[in-house]
Design a protein around this ligand. Structure first.
Ligand SMILES: C[S@@+](CC[C@H](N)C(=O)[O-])C[C@H]1O[C@@H](n2cnc3c(N)ncnc32)[C@H](O)[C@@H]1O
Length: 219
């Protein structure tokens, strides 16, 4: 991995604990390792990739919840979409939304080459609009793009989520800046976390894994 989003990294957990946790977490498949190398070769930054801890957490949540239909907001180069598709049964589906043309092209190539690519549908365009075109219910939503609008997507996806379904929101600690939010993204994410914690339509656990993962369950 090359760099972090161009801003200082505030470690949430001890770096040695992070490394130890990664070393003792199931490694990515060969296909995902190839995707990481291919993404790294084509892009300046690939730190937007969800990474092993979050990827493997998603896989386990999919398997234990029996999720079959998944919505992802924020595809990037396809890391989490392929990880999630690997955890799905043969008739499972990941619908993933991405607006950046370059990322769409790289992700689609990865999906075309993937053994689980037939389970993945990439919807191109701004998720703020494309989300309204989606039909049917989802079992799990992975919220990982357009950080300023997590609350907007939460309201959009809640009616599309089955009772007992999960919304997994990544980067909810935003490098720890939610404690004392100063910039727009930190404020938006802190407001989102507060809103969710007070919303009686859901229950949730905010896990301090990597950059923070909020596991939210629709009641
Ligand atoms: C953190 S990255 C996603 C990483 C990906 N889930 C993974 O694990 O590799 C966020 C992505 O959301 C996309 N994005 C941001 N705002 C968006 C929007 N309004 N509509 C669609 N995609 C958006 C960005 O272009 C970026 O690729």
């Amino acid at each position: 991995m090359k760099k972090h989003r161009g801003k200082p990294v505030v470690p949430i957990t001890d770096a040695n604990i992070d490394s130890y946790s990664e070393e003792h977490t199931t490694p990515e498949s060969d296909e995902i390792v190839h995707l990481m190398k291919s993404s790294d070769a084509q892009l300046q930054y690939i730190d937007m990739l969800s990474g092993r801890l979050v990827g493997q957490l998603l896989k386990i949540l999919i398997q234990i919840s029996g999720a079959k239909r998944i919505l992802e907001i924020g595809t990037f180069t396809g890391y989490s979409a392929i990880m999630m598709a690997e955890a799905l049964p043969e008739d499972g589906e990941v619908v993933t939304l991405e607006m950046n043309l370059k990322y769409q092209e790289i992700a689609q190539k990865h999906f075309n080459e993937s053994e689980v690519g037939s389970k993945i549908s990439l919807i191109k365009g701004n998720a703020q609009q494309t989300i309204d075109e989606l039909e049917g219910k989802f079992d799990l939503v992975y919220l990982d793009g357009d950080k300023l609008r997590y609350h907007f997507y939460f309201e959009k996806v809640l009616p599309k989520l089955k009772k007992g379904g999960l919304i997994i929101a990544d980067n909810v600690l935003w490098d720890g800046t939610v404690l004392n939010p100063e910039d727009q993204k930190a404020k938006a994410i802190a407001d989102f976390n507060k809103f969710v914690s007070e919303d009686d339509r859901v229950e949730q656990v905010l896990l301090p894994i990597r950059d923070g993962v909020n596991v939210i369950r629709k009641l």
